[in-house]
Ligand binder design. Structure first.
Ligand code: IMP
Length: 178
């Protein structure tokens, strides 16, 4: 399946190795605690599933779905909640699990929204970041890889709901990135 993508940015083995490193960092930082991992649907679903199985402290999972108004490849920064958390996060150590930080506007909104619910702490863990596109000033404690300013697909990330099941991260062929 790799064949049709000439620009693979992160290979399957690299993802696996980095996910283990991030899980080790989180396990160390949250020793003796019971963090709540909040997966942002749908893009972060494989990342969260792989990450949580490598984390050695007891943790709980919850899910949130948000949508940002905009085109298929550009977000507007106006975020709305499509599915909210089941858990009450008051007093909890929350870790937001994101697929990619692009402008940072979604994560900035999530920090504000979840922060208002009186958690003990809120941190974020993103598989990918595109620093050159940043519009919001956010700090993400755990980051997997930096990617260039291209629309990326695979390992959960989609282009119009396609390509989520690729085992690697690739750049969307330029003719589709309109
Ligand atoms: P932000 O608010 O601009 O940081 O965008 C965050 C969300 O936009 C991510 O959680 C993704 O769902 C989506 N997104 C941004 N860049 C990409 C990309 O290159 N590929 C797939 N989805 C992306």
């Amino acid at each position: 399946m790799t064949k049709e993508f000439d620009e693979v940015l992160v290979r399957e083995e690299e993802i696996r190795a980095r996910v283990s490193e991030l899980a080790a960092e989180i396990s160390r930082d949250y020793e003796g605690r019971n963090p709540l991992l909040v997966c942002i649907l749908k893009g972060a679903v494989f990342f969260m599933a792989d990450l949580v199985r490598e984390i050695s402290v007891p943790c709980e999972l919850d899910f949130m779905a948000v949508a940002s108004y905009g085109s298929a490849t550009d977000s507007s920064g106006v975020v709305r909640i499509l599915k909210d958390l089941d858990a009450n996060i008051e007093g909890r150590d929350v870790i937001i699990i994101e697929d990619i930080i692009d402008t940072g506007l979604t994560l900035s909104y999530l920090f504000k929204n979840l922060g208002a619910r009186n958690p003990a702490t809120v941190e974020a863990c993103a598989l990918l970041t595109k620093p050159s596109r940043r519009k919001a000033d956010i700090s993400c404690k755990y980051v997997g890889f930096e990617v260039p300013d291209r629309f990326v697909i695979g390992y959960g990330l989609d282009y119009r709901e396609d390509y989520r099941n690729l085992r690697f991260i690739a750049a969307l062929p330029e003719e589709k990135d309109e």
